[in-house]
Design a protein around this ligand. Structure first.
Ligand SMILES: Cc1ncc(COP(=O)(O)O)c(C=O)c1O
Length: 409
């Protein structure tokens, strides 16, 4: 095993890494700019943006799931290099980092972070240095796989174990360590990143107008750091879509006294993003952000813990559509969508599942997974942790909330 970790960093642990940087020339170049610049031309040059992905992402029907009007938005294919919901956000946040002349991006996530992996890959491609701070989560195969790929980027990976130590490092140590650094919020959910999902809602409206699907009565998406849902909420208002965005909470609601994944936090982020846009275009229509519909009961034992319902949803999606969902985010959101399909049999009301998990195969890292230069502390954690999969039985009956937020639909 190669272990040349310096200060818990994996950087340089093995010499020959796939060169994401070399992919720049072969990268997706959208033929068109984001639709938000067509809808509101005054944003051109006033909102930072860099072309990283492939948009619009497809919309496809999902037959065979017991509802004749169920659809999927394929954000899993939002780039030909690495898809998922992070790409839309990074187009705006890394665009801002470049515009501000920053040389390094610092962000954090759990050890299986999709956001950290996407950030590391696209920083390599854009020639930005990158530091990813990591904390523990339940170890699943998806987590190990992501970590393996993360180690094959050029990011400095700093394992802090607990969320508390990670947050402290992000807000204190890293701020004095590097000059010219762009501090990216976890999950990429800062104000500019959220514009990625405002843009996605406008894109959806154009696809509905083209007849690709009927206007959705509701959209189901997972909610972690809230940017995806906040952007969709605001974007649906700006687009004039009468769609209810239903968020499925997959993360802890509070960190200490701070609300991180609550209806209030989602609405606040949507409002901040609206103000940011309004400052750059006084002509932007007046909208009010509706109260977010956030479902709590699909979380299971906590962030990153696979659930029975998620396992069933994953299995159905894999068998019928050949798409793999992940245990942490998308399987829980799709479980909620399937429950809704069972309850609402009105086939006139279309349901859109927004798939936020990458389905693009990454290049194989050059080192085997047991050979990557993981810091001793992280390797010790992986060694003592059991690799968990979807449970076969629910350990406890799932809690039902007394007030059913779905009644608002
Ligand atoms: C695959 C996937 N889906 C959904 C989410 C949640 O999105 P958001 O953080 O914007 O709430 C994440 C966040 O990391 C994710 O990795």
């Amino acid at each position: 095993m190669i272990e040349s970790a310096v200060d818990s960093s994996l950087n340089g642990a093995f010499s020959s890494k796939p060169r994401y940087g070399d992919m720049r020339t072969g990268m997706d170049q959208n033929s068109a700019e984001p639709v938000i610049f067509r809808w509101f031309p005054e944003f051109r040059g006033r909102i930072p943006w860099v072309d990283l992905g492939l948009q619009p992402t497809p919309i496809e029907p999902l037959p065979g799931f017991g509802h004749g009007n169920l659809w999927i938005k394929r954000d899993d294919r939002s780039s030909s290099i690495y898809g998922g919901n992070k790409i839309r956000k990074l187009e705006f946040s890394l665009g801002e980092a470049l515009q501000q002349g920053k040389k390094r991006v610092v962000t954090f996530g759990a050890i299986g972070t999709n956001h950290g992996l996407a950030t590391a890959i696209f920083c390599d491609i854009l020639g930005l240095d990158c530091t990813i701070l990591l904390f523990d989560q339940p170890v699943t195969l998806n987590v190990k796989n992501n970590l393996w790929h993360l180690c094959s980027t050029h990011a400095d990976i700093v394992y802090k174990q607990s969320l508390f130590r990670t947050v402290l490092d992000y807000f204190v140590k890293q701020r004095v360590r590097f000059l010219s650094t762009y501090f990216l919020a976890p999950g990429g959910s800062n104000t500019v990143g959220t514009i990625g999902y405002v843009n996605a809602a406008l894109e959806l409206k154009e696809q509905v107008d083209c007849g690709l699907m009927p206007e959705p009565a509701c959209i189901f998406c997972p909610v972690g750091s809230s940017g995806t849902m906040a952007g969709l909420l605001l974007g649906c208002q700006l687009a004039g879509l009468e769609t209810t965005v239903v968020g499925v909470r997959v993360s802890l609601s509070h960190f200490g006294p701070f609300a991180v994944c609550t209806a209030g936090a989602i609405r606040k982020l949507a409002q901040q993003t609206y103000r940011y846009l309004k400052d750059r275009s006084p002509n932007l229509p007046e909208v009010s952000i509706p109260a977010p519909v956030l479902l709590d009961e699909y979380l299971g034992a906590g962030y990153g813990h696979p659930t029975l319902a998620g396992g069933d949803a994953h299995e159905q999606m894999k068998t019928r559509k050949g798409i793999s969902l992940d245990p942490c985010y998308t399987s829980k959101a799709f479980a909620a969508a399937l429950d809704h399909c069972r309850k609402d049999q009105d086939q006139r009301r279309s349901i859109l599942f927004w798939n936020t998990y990458n389905s693009v195969e990454l290049p194989q890292p050059v080192a085997a997974s047991d050979q990557i230069g993981i810091s001793p502390e992280l390797r010790a954690f992986l060694n003592r942790s059991e690799t968990v999969g979807y449970p076969e039985h629910d350990p406890k009956p799932r809690k039902r909330r007394s007030a059913d937020p779905m009644k608002q639909l």
